[in-house]
Structure formats: structure tokens, C-alpha cells
Design a binder for this molecule. Structure first.
Ligand code: CUA
Length: 305
């Protein structure tokens, strides 16, 4: 994660302010440092040295050191205020609306106009503005994807907005940036910026009903549907739980547990047996599955693409 390689209009604006402030600070530090060094050497104590000229009250100097900091503040304030207004502005027409819900300790992404719900991996099209509506059901989180935009708090009951246009297809890591409990540090996310046609394909895949599994995955589905899983998780056409991540296309995700683990059968099996052992505080309890049962459910979940 880096803030100095921007990949959106928003991140570019922030880097612009950051660069102005950094270079202004470097300039001031150089002037102060060099002046101080010169004074220390020029007026150092030497055998027989006279006391330098003492100045008390100097109108020109006092005016100068009042105006100089005011100018520095002006140089910082003008671009900062411009960028604050620009990054708070409403997104342009044609923006893609996405609702972002911060939850302990994962992210839910809903695309109300596309009828898609996913978790922890946010897909957005390159070159099209996205308008995020940030909200959440539990505590305060903060949405932060350094290469795409500044942090914005996710406050339950208060709708915050964040709009940006991603420029370059790729995968960008993000992280919850507001302490939100035990697994705050494990509340990562990925934003996958797709070329427009790849985004269309992703949407189509998300909306397709999952196919009927066979073999081990079919066994896993049977276990899934008679276990507590269905109380918390939605799989389109199978279950409608709403407490945990929507699993309709679970197998298409790259990571598990908000970016903590690679999404592999091994990791999913271990997760199903004891989530809090892998992710401290995880709200999903151990389900009491045997190794074979967990492996079957993992096979089922990985088949959902
Ligand atoms: Cu969510 Cu920190």
C-alpha cells in the first residue's frame, strides 16, 4: 500500500497537496538549518571575542517574521481547501453507486443498480466515477485504499460519501483505518479495478445463479444447508442469512477473512473448523464440523463462482 503512486483523480489531488506541503517544509527546514549553522559558527565563543551587537526591537524584522508564516499558511491553505471541496463534490452523472458497509471485521459491498452483493473485494470499472455510500451496522470503521482515495470514516447511522474515478486496471489493497475492535488490523480489503468489458463480465458472473454442485461439493452443500451456515450467509437461491458475508460467488474471490488468507480449499477448511483460531474475535463460531465435513463444505464454497 502506498499513497505516493496515485491511481485515481482523488488520490492524485491528495498527492498534489502532500507534495506542496512536503517541499515547502523542506525549503523552510533548509533555510532554518543553514541560518542556525551559520550563526553557531559565526558567533561561537572564542578567546577574547566581543559580545555581538545586541538588537532590541526591530520593526522591519518583526513585520517580516509575522508576514512570512502567514504566507506559508496561505501556500498550504489554498490548495488544501481547493482539494477538500473537490473531493467532497458530488460525483458526475453516470457514476456507479456502491454501498459500503463496514462490519466487524469485514467489508460488504452492495451494487444496488446491478443487483450484486459481495464482500472484501470491491470491483470497480476503470475510467468511470464510482460513488460510495459508507455506512455500517456496528461501530466506526474507516475506508482507506491509499492509491485510490483518502480515508473516510464509516459511521453507523451517518451516511458518508466518497467518490473517485479509478484510472488503471489492477489490484489495490485497502485497510480499515479506524480502531474497531479485536481484529481491526485484520480488516483488509482489495479493490480490483477492471477494464470496462472485464467489469461487465464480472457483473454477469456475479448475477448468474450458482450451478448445482456434484461430488464432494454436493455433499458440502447438503451439510451447508442443514447447518447454522444458512442462518448467517446468503447464497443466492439457497439461503438468505444476512449477518455474514454473501457467499453467492465465494469461489471467485482471491482471499478469505477480509484479505487475511488465500482463498484455497486448505484455508477454507481450517477456517470452517475454527474461525476465531485464525482471526481473533471473529464473529463466526466454530461449527463443530469434522475434518471431512469441513473439507466438503469448503469444496462446495469454492465451487460457487
Ligand atoms: Cu474496522 Cu478497524
Amino acid at each position: 500500500m502506498t499513497t505516493v503512486v496515485p491511481r485515481s483523480d482523488f488520490a492524485r489531488d491528495i498527492l498534489h497537496v502532500y507534495a506542496i506541503i512536503t517541499w515547502a517544509t523542506v525549503g523552510i527546514a533548509l533555510v532554518v538549518g543553514i541560518t542556525l549553522a551559520w550563526v553557531l559558527i559565526r558567533f561561537r565563543d572564542r578567546p577574547g571575542a566581543q559580545l555581538p551587537v545586541q538588537t532590541r526591537g526591530h520593526t522591519a524584522l518583526e513585520i517580516a517574521w509575522t508576514i512570512a508564516p502567514a504566507l506559508v499558511l496561505l501556500v498550504i491553505a489554498v490548495p488544501t481547501i481547493q482539494v477538500i471541496f473537490r473531493t467532497q463534490a458530488a460525483p458526475g452523472p453516470g457514476a456507479l453507486e456502491i454501498t459500503v458497509l463496514g462490519r466487524q471485521w469485514w467489508w460488504e459491498f452492495r451494487y444496488p443498480t446491478l443487483d450484486v452483493v459481495t464482500a472484501n473485494e470491491l470491483h470497480v470499472p476503470a475510467g468511470r466515477p464510482v460513488a460510495l455510500r459508507l455506512d455500517g451496522p456496528d461501530v466506526i470503521h474507516s475506508f482507506w485504499v491509499p492509491q485510490l482515495g483518502g480515508k473516510r470514516d464509516v459511521v453507523p447511522g451517518r451516511l458518508n460519501r466518497l467518490a473517485f474515478t479509478a484510472e488503471t486496471p489492477g489490484e489495490y489493497r485497502g485497510q480499515c483505518a479506524e480502531f474497531c475492535g479485536t481484529s481491526h488490523a485484520n480488516m483488509g480489503m482489495r479493490v480490483i479495478v477492471d477494464a470496462p468489458d472485464a467489469f461487465e463480465r464480472w457483473v454477469a458472473a456475479q448475477r448468474a445463479a450458482p450451478g448445482e454442485p456434484s461430488g464432494l461439493a454436493a455433499e458440502g452443500k447438503a451439510i451447508f444447508t442443514r447447518s447454522a451456515c444458512v442462518g448467517c450467509h446468503t447464497v443466492r437461491g439457497v439461503s438468505t442469512g444476512a449477518l455474514g458475508p454473501d457467499l453467492t460467488t465465494f469461489g471467485s474471490r482471491r482471499t478469505l477473512a477480509a484479505g487475511m488468507l488465500p482463498n484455497t480449499v486448505e484455508a477454507v477448511t481450517a477456517w470452517l473448523k475454527n474461525p476465531p483460531a485464525l482471526k481473533p474475535g471473529a464473529k463466526m463460531p466454530p461449527l463443530g464440523l469434522t475434518e471431512a465435513q469441513a473439507r466438503a463444505v469448503a469444496a462446495y464454497l469454492m465451487s460457487l463462482k
